[in-house]
Design a protein around this ligand. Structure first.
Ligand SMILES: Nc1ncnc2c1ncn2[C@@H]1O[C@H](COP(=O)(O)OP(=O)(O)O)[C@@H](O)[C@H]1O
Ligand SMILES: [Mg+2]
Length: 348
C-alpha cells in the first residue's frame, strides 16, 4: 500500500541533516516526522503502518475494556501509548501480541492478519514484547534469561533432529549473540548472576536485551521506566532511541510523561477503552480531550507541567490477568527451548 512514496513521504525520515547525532550519551536525537496521511485525528492513516487495528473490542463481563475503531502504528518510529489508569492500555497491548483474545475485531502486523495467532508465533514474525522478570525467571542466570529470548528452531527441523551437532552449533551461536547484547547493555559482568540479584534498572535492561535476541522488527515495551533508579534512566532512554536508530519500531506504554515527551515521535491516548487523541507529543499534551481524559479519571494533573512520575495503580483483576499471561508465556518459552531445562544450571 505504500510502495509509491515520493521522497518527502518516506516514513522514518528525520528532521535535520543526514549527519544526525550518533547513538551515544544524552545528545538529543531528532524526532521522526511526516508519519501521517491526512488530517491528524484518532485513527488517522499512517504513511507506512506496521500495525493496523480494526474494530477491536474486548469486554470483561459488562465492562468494555477496549473499543478501538481504527488504529495504525507507524513503522520506524517510537510510539507511546498513554492514558489514565483503567483506560485499556495493557489490555490492548495484550491483544496485539496474542496474549489475550478480543471479543471481536481484526488486526494485522506487517500486512499479515494476527487473528488467532498465538503469542509465540507472533514473536517469531518479529513482534516481541518485553516480559517482566517474574519469580521463576529470577531464578535463572542472566545468560539463561537471554537464551530464553532466542527464536527456537533447535530440534524442530528434520536435519537438526538427526544431527545434534547442528543444534550444538546453534547453541554456541545463541550464546555468542547473548554475550554481545549483554555487553551492549553493560550486563556482561553479570552473566552468571541470578537475575534476582539485579537492580530494578538492570532488570529492565535485561528484559530489553532478551527481547532483542529474536531480531525483532517491532519491540513492545510495557512501562519501561517503572521501578528504575534515576541513575539508569538516561541509559534506558538511550537504548530505546538506539532501537529506532537500528531500524526497529517501538511501541511502549508509559506513565512517565517526561519520558514520553523526550523520546516519543508519536503519542496515542486512550481513555475508557477508546483512542481519544493521537499526535506528536507536544501537540497531544495540549489537546483538551487529553487533559479531559486525565482529569475525568480524577488524576489531578496538569499535563503541561508534568515532569515526574504518575503513580501506577492497577486493580487486582488486571494484575491477576497479567500474572496469568506471563506464567503462560514463560511456560511456552520453556517448553519450546530445551536449553532452559536442567542443562547449564548451577554454574552461577
Ligand atoms: N482480567 C480482567 N478481568 C476483568 N476486568 C479487567 C481484566 N483486565 C482488565 N480489566 C479491566 O479493564 C479495564 C482496562 O484495564 P487495563 O487494560 O489494565 O487498563 P490500563 O492498562 O490502561 O490501566 C479496567 O477497568 C480493568 O479493571
Ligand atoms: Mg496497565
Amino acid at each position: 500500500m505504500s510502495n509509491e512514496l515520493t521522497p518527502e513521504q518516506v516514513p522514518g525520515s528525520v528532521e535535520g541533516t543526514a549527519n544526525a547525532a550518533p547513538a551515544t550519551g544524552s545528545i538529543r536525537r531528532p524526532k521522526t516526522t511526516g508519519l501521517t496521511k491526512g488530517e491528524v485525528k484518532p485513527g488517522v492513516a499512517k504513511v507506512d503502518p506496521i500495525l493496523v487495528v480494526d474494530a477491536v473490542q474486548r469486554r470483561f463481563g459488562g465492562l468494555t475494556a477496549v473499543d478501538v475503531d481504527h488504529l495504525e502504528v507507524p513503522r520506524g518510529a517510537i510510539t507511546a501509548l498513554i492514558g489514565p489508569n483503567g483506560a485499556g492500555k495493557t489490555t490492548l497491548f495484550n491483544l496485539l501480541c496474542g496474549f489475550d483474545k478480543p471479543n471481536s475485531g481484526t488486526w494485522s502486523f506487517d500486512g499479515t492478519s494476527l487473528s488467532g495467532v498465538p503469542s509465540f508465533k507472533v514473536a517469531r514474525m518479529g513482534q516481541v514484547r518485553t516480559f517482566q522478570l517474574t519469580k521463576s525467571l529470577s531464578l535463572l542466570t542472566v545468560l539463561e534469561n537471554m537464551k530464553l529470548g532466542a527464536p527456537h528452531q533447535r530440534g524442530e527441523g528434520f536435519w537438526s533432529s538427526l544431527f545434534p551437532f547442528l543444534w550444538r552449533a546453534q547453541d554456541t551461536e545463541i550464546e555468542g549473540k547473548a554475550r554481545e547484547l549483554l555487553t551492549r547493555f553493560k550486563l556482561d559482568a553479570k552473566e552468571k548472576d541470578f537475575a534476582a540479584s539485579l537492580s530494578g534498572g538492570q532488570r529492565k535492561l535485561l528484559e530489553m536485551a532478551r527481547a532483542l535476541m529474536s531480531d525483532p522488527t517491532l519491540v513492545m515495551l510495557d512501562e519501561p521506566m517503572a521501578g528504575v533508579n534515576p541513575a539508569l534512566t538516561q541509559s534506558l532512554l538511550d537504548h530505546i532511541l538506539d532501537l529506532k536508530e537500528q531500524g526497529m519500531t517501538v511501541l511502549f506504554v508509559e506513565h512517565d510523561m517526561h519520558m514520553v515527551r523526550h523520546i516519543a515521535d508519536w503519542v496515542i491516548v486512550m481513555a475508557e477503552g477508546r483512542v481519544v487523541a493521537e499526535g506528536p507529543p507536544d501537540e497531544v499534551m495540549e489537546n483538551p480531550a487529553v487533559v479531559d481524559a486525565y482529569l475525568g479519571a480524577h488524576q489531578d494533573l496538569d499535563l503541561g507541567a508534568v515532569t515526574g512520575r504518575i503513580p501506577v495503580l492497577e486493580d487486582a483483576a488486571a494484575i491477576r490477568l497479567r500474572e496469568k499471561i506471563e506464567a503462560e508465556a514463560e511456560a511456552e518459552l520453556e517448553a519450546s527451548d530445551p536449553a532452559s531445562g536442567t542443562e547449564g544450571k548451577g554454574t552461577a
